[in-house]
Design a protein around this ligand. Structure first.
Ligand code: MOS
Length: 763
């Protein structure tokens, strides 16, 4: 099935069995809470494993001069110490043209070069994890270091020396329509730095060789890419690489690639002819997996002559290791969200000698929308307009740059419904006026938007003689609920209880899918499953002598035209099979496809300490059909909480001399905890998008973070009148005399109106 036409009315629209939207508990929930869901590191198969431990470079740039591994080799239990001196040959990195960048060959320990802090320089394998970790400390490495560049903001003023506007892996760098408003009657210009945000999901691998074939159990979002990456690196036929990832502790983009833990384990396992298990410590994760790029963003907007429209002129600087990965497409939402007639967006990429950055939940929107939505707030304030009204006024009739219609777009209903539910009319537009004891209280809002995608996928479906329907795909469930929502789709299509449906995912030898990522997982693999279900229905109807157009499926039977037959009987001992497939088609090009929403936040700022507390959060979203209200809500909730982290907590601090992340643990890299998050409300507006896919759903996994931080930042401004443009907004930046950016003129509320510290009770 190719998505060349709007999807016709189908059994999911009928929802006769009520599976669509039902807040079904996760079908894999019992396994997870009883500890019987085996994550990669816990799989027990094959011979007893050896354990690997990675030795990291302690410089960020230069060469290894000497490695002395003799003490490590003589340590108890050590089986092997690999370094560039004895690592097996691997294909060079690349090739760049490979469409799937996660499938590229990725050699490790292939030479003495060090390109980032923590890059593996040796790999120790021993009988136990403890022995391997102990021996890793005995490996002595000396270096010839070279100076490197680590800090993005130093490149803002004279960006040319290390920047480029083109990157083969990057989206279009510049777009322009008419003349952007260099001077508007009233303008706002905001520049801000968004710091690295990371995700917290240890990656663990466990694998072994059998002859020339290798089996890998790892934690990855995209099995097909992982399989190709191993095959390309070691020049193996793809079929000789078998990757499993049945349960995954979160993905968030950090597991789109596979990393050194897999590839070094593959090397060692082949050499030792036994399974090798490797895990990264929490500290190693910071440098050995990918992180979100730092960005410096500048945006200018204003009221064009005789038009109340926001013009966008965006300039963005993105940290980047050239060629290697995806530079965050920061301006994606700026290009499509509002109707500014005159517009220009430009991205520049700066080469930094940091560990690799790559996708991190909603790459582009997660940080790009913070700037756009804060700039809209600043513009509204300057125009004396309500921020919601400014957005309503700038609602485009079609995609403002592609000049094609939107598939479905309910930004306006989301804004209106959100404003109504939140009590937005109670907001005082004048910052710094609302008090609650020693707290200043304020409200802020932001739009949400995330691009919608469909990726090719296939599905194999078998209805067995036991009456159980089994679907197989190389798809993953990264905690989003894939197992559950797919079970609901199949149950609805065949009229079966969910207990009679089994999803088998997480095996690279199953029919190919693009896995989980970019919020396309449910739509893509789910549509392949839908197609397979359609074909199976057709087969059952024909074999029962029923016109497929009339066939109804219920209680394990197919009925129609006065006939009825049991599916189990029709399937017989051989079972009945069908193969489904989905391909993106013309609908992608003919319609601009995004999911939308609106965030509303209320915060309180302590007038003594500058501490910010989030008091209320509301998100209203329209994202096509909702497959499962519970898993959808969880996804959106998680995104919104991460948005609070982006606004207030998260920063990977870079040591500007040595090029490493200083706060490389969760004690010092702060993420929101329960105490930071109030009750969060998520509202889903009804929608079906027949241009998107046959399920008529749109991606929502990343929608909840796309803009969320902007609502919090805007609420901080409304509370206390201080604009902080350097994220995260920590209390030191709100205190008088410590502000890195000049607050808006006339609104120096903290400085001018901050009350004296409250008298202590004994005074
Ligand atoms: Mo996503 S950041 O594409 O898993």
């Amino acid at each position: 099935m190719e998505m060349n036409h709007p999807a016709p009315r189908n059994p999911l629209d009928e929802n006769r069995h009520g599976q669509m939207g039902r807040p079904l508990d996760r079908v894999d929930g019992p396994k997870k809470v009883t500890g019987t869901a085996a994550y990669a590191y816990e799989v027990r198969e094959g011979a007893p494993p050896a354990y690997g431990f990675i030795v990291e470079a302690s410089i960020a740039r230069g060469h290894v001069r000497t490695i002395d591994s003799s003490a490590a080799e003589q340590a108890p239990g050590v089986l092997l110490v690999l370094s560039h001196r004895n690592a097996p040959p691997q294909a060079p990195w690349g090739p760049l043209k490979t469409e799937d960048r996660f499938a590229r060959s990725k050699p490790y320990l292939s030479d003495a070069r060090v390109d980032y802090y923590g890059e593996p320089v040796a790999f120790v394998v021993a009988e136990t994890f403890e022995q391997a970790r102990y021996a890793a400390q005995l490996v002595r490495v000396t270096y010839d270091p070279e100076p490197g560049a680590y800090e993005l903001q130093h490149n803002w003023k004279r960006p040319r020396s290390r920047t480029r506007t083109r990157s083969p892996t990057a989206p279009r760098a510049t777009s322009r329509r008419a003349s952007p408003p260099r001077r508007c009657r009233s303008t706002c210009s905001s520049r801000r730095r968004c710091t690295s945000t990371r995700r917290w999901n240890p990656t663990r691998r466990w694998l072994w060789w059998d002859g020339d074939k290798v089996t890998v159990h790892c934690s990855t979002q995209m099995l097909d890419s992982a399989q190709k990456c191993v095959a390309n690196t070691f020049q193996l036929p793809e079929d000789d690489v078998h990757v499993f990832s049945r349960f995954i502790g979160g993905g968030f983009g950090g597991k789109l690639p596979i990393f050194c833990d897999v590839l070094l384990s593959v090397m060692a396992s082949r050499q030792l002819a036994r399974p090798v298990k490797t895990t990264l410590t929490r500290q190693q994760m910071f440098h050995l997996t990918t992180h979100r790029t730092d960005t410096v963003q500048q945006l200018r907007g204003g009221r064009a002559r005789r038009r109340h429209a926001a013009g966008d002129r965006a300039r963005v600087l993105v940290a980047h290791r050239p060629l290697r990965q995806l530079p965050e497409p920061v301006v994606a939402s700026t290009r499509t969200l509002y109707a500014a007639p005159d517009r220009m967006t430009r991205m520049r990429y700066v080469k930094l000698d940091l560990p690799e950055s790559d996708s991190c939940r909603a790459p582009g929107e997660a940080v790009g929308m913070v700037t756009l939505e804060v700039a809209m707030d600043e513009l509204a304030h300057k125009l004396g307009m309500d921020p919601v009204a400014l957005r309503l006024k700038n609602e485009p009739k079609e995609d403002p740059e592609k000049h094609i219609p939107f598939s479905t777009r309910q930004l306006v209903p989301c804004l209106e419904e959100g404003a109504r539910r939140f009590g937005w009319d109670r907001r005082n537009p004048q910052p710094g006026q609302e008090r609650d004891g020693r707290w200043l209280v304020g409200m802020g809002m932001a739009s949400a938007s995330r691009s919608n995608k469909l990726q090719p996928a296939q599905c194999a479906l078998t209805f067995g003689a036991d009456g159980v329907l089994v679907a197989r795909m190389s798809m993953t469930d990264i905690g989003t609920g894939s197992y559950t929502v797919f079970s609901q789709i199949a149950a609805e299509m065949l009229g079966l209880p969910v207990a009679q449906v089994r999803m088998e995912l997480g095996d690279s030898h199953f029919p190919p899918t693009a896995g989980s990522g970019g919020s396309f997982g449910a739509a893509s693999a789910g549509s392949a499953l839908y197609d397979a279900c359609e074909k199976l229905r057709h087969k059952f109807a024909l074999s029962a002598g029923i016109d497929p157009a009339q066939a109804e499926f219920e209680g394990g039977h197919v009925r129609g035209g006065g006939k009825s037959a049991s599916l189990a009987k029709l399937a017989g001992p051989e079972g009945m099979e069908a193969h489904g497939e989905i391909k993106p088609g013309e609908m992608d090009k003919a319609y601009s496809q995004q999911s939308y929403g609106a965030f509303f936040a209320e915060v309180a700022v302590d007038t003594d300490s500058g501490e910010v507390r989030v008091r209320r959060l509301l998100g209203v979203f329209a994202s096509g059909r909702i497959l499962n209200e519970k898993t959808a809500r969880s996804q959106l909730l998680g995104g919104m909480i991460w948005g609070v982290g982006t606004a207030l907590h998260e920063e990977a601090a870079i040591d500007g001399r040595h090029g490493y992340f200083v706060n490389h643990d969760i004690a010092e890299y702060h993420v929101p905890v329960h105490a930071d998050i109030p009750d969060v409300e998520v509202v889903l507006l009804p929608e079906v998008d027949d241009k998107a896919n046959p399920l008529k759903i749109k991606g929502l996994g990343e929608l909840g973070i796309s803009g969320a931080a902007g609502a919090v930042a805007n609420a901080v401004y409304n509370a206390c009148g201080v604009r902080v443009r350097d994220f995260p907004i920590t209390l030191d930046k709100l205190l008088p005399g410590r502000r890195p950016c000049r607050p808006d003129s006339g609104l120096l509320l903290f400085r001018q109106q901050l009350p004296r510290p409250s008298p202590s009770p004994t005074a």
